[in-house]
Write a protein that binds this ligand. Sequence first.
Ligand code: GDP
Length: 454
Amino acid sequence: MSKTIAAISTGAAAGGIGVIRISGDDAVKIASRVFLPLDKSSLAELGGYRAKYGNIIIDGEKADNAVALVFRAPKSYTGEDVVELSVHGGLLMVKNTLEAVLKNGARPAEAGEFTKRAFLNGKVDLTQAEAVAEIISAQGEQSLKASYNALQGALSKRINGVLEEMLDMSAFMAAWVDYPDEEIPELSENEVREKLTKCKDALYSLLSDYENGQTVTKGITTAIVGKPNVGKSSLMNMLTGTDKSIVTHIEGTTRDVVEEDVKLGGLVLHLRDTAGLRSSDDLVETIGIEKAYRALDDAQLVLAVFDSSQELSEYDFNLIEKCSEKRAIAVINKSDLESRLNEEAVKSAFEKTVYVSAVNGTGKDELSNAVEELLGVADFDSSAPMLANARQKQNCESAYSSICEALEALEDGMTFDAINVMIDSAADELLSLTGKKATSEVVNNIFSKFCVGK
Ligand code: GDP
């Protein structure tokens, strides 16, 4: 019997409606102490997927109009009895209702505890639970699509397919080794090789898509660099749609690094608008410039900005040089002005060059296409199964190397029971990936990163 838990499941801001979620064996009993249906019926009699309109009762007084939605185990998010009370979404009302629920027998839910219970009750596996957290934190369309597909079990299905193949093989080999006298048809070396290679290829394909998947779902650290006054801040403002960076005619006004996340096409860029790359005697400015260089070094993508209306200067050449080892796009800004720039010199130094006018807001789509093409994610299919995080990747990598070892052992003519040890260890990694065999430490670590109420 699990203790009944409760938490506010809606955001920590005032809204039209706020939801208090209660889950556990006593969920309905506790809810019926704080919620009275208008028709005076008993909530305890209510079946699953049923709702009642009524009042929240706090200290014997009617406190709000509300709706109680009842789910009956096992057909609920957590797999337990669940009641969701929808009250008016003023923060105080929601908080008071939760307090009343807690006073009547529930305990406050820990971070991610509803989803943890869903996992422990077999409603979702670990990859699906992690997908819930990803959906909540998703910033871009691709990320949302990928997490939704993971929630539907796209990755689980792919992993379980490989796992089934391996467990079959393992059981067969074990039987053959353990009962040599029985009439168990021998699994030929060729069949083992074929099956192992199939599993290896499936894992390899997941691993090789990992980096692109991360770019598409988590976004990419992007530095906007260029000499003072080329329009870095204006470009940042064009991309963010706000006036976050200060735009002025005086050189060196972007003293520090301004950071902002922006959506560009289906991607999210973690943008850093940096101080101009030049030497300076001003101490504050110098600190800004150092940060700019660091931002450029740390960035996964660089947008190197040039002023179309000016000839290339020493600084520009310096920047071109600095960008030569980075994934960088040349952004020729002020394309609305008469061109004085040696465009060919810029174009030949960068894989991609885009013309924009930050003040007129033109060139955004071209920039978006150039970024996707340069990163190799233009045709990325975010609905395909993909590894969502370092934990999943680590399990997948270990399983992959155990399968490679098993294949080598096969080539070296080792016995089936020796090969089976490697197959079992690969299977263990995959079982831990989906959570069927994950340690409680791993499980607790995953759910501790969730928000309360999820
Ligand atoms: P930063 O020092 O590189 O951040 O440059 P700013 O964004 O502060 O821009 C410097 C000046 O260039 C400002 O006066 C902007 O209005 C102007 N500017 C920026 N982008 C454009 C553009 O696309 N066209 C024109 N004509 N002027 C621009």
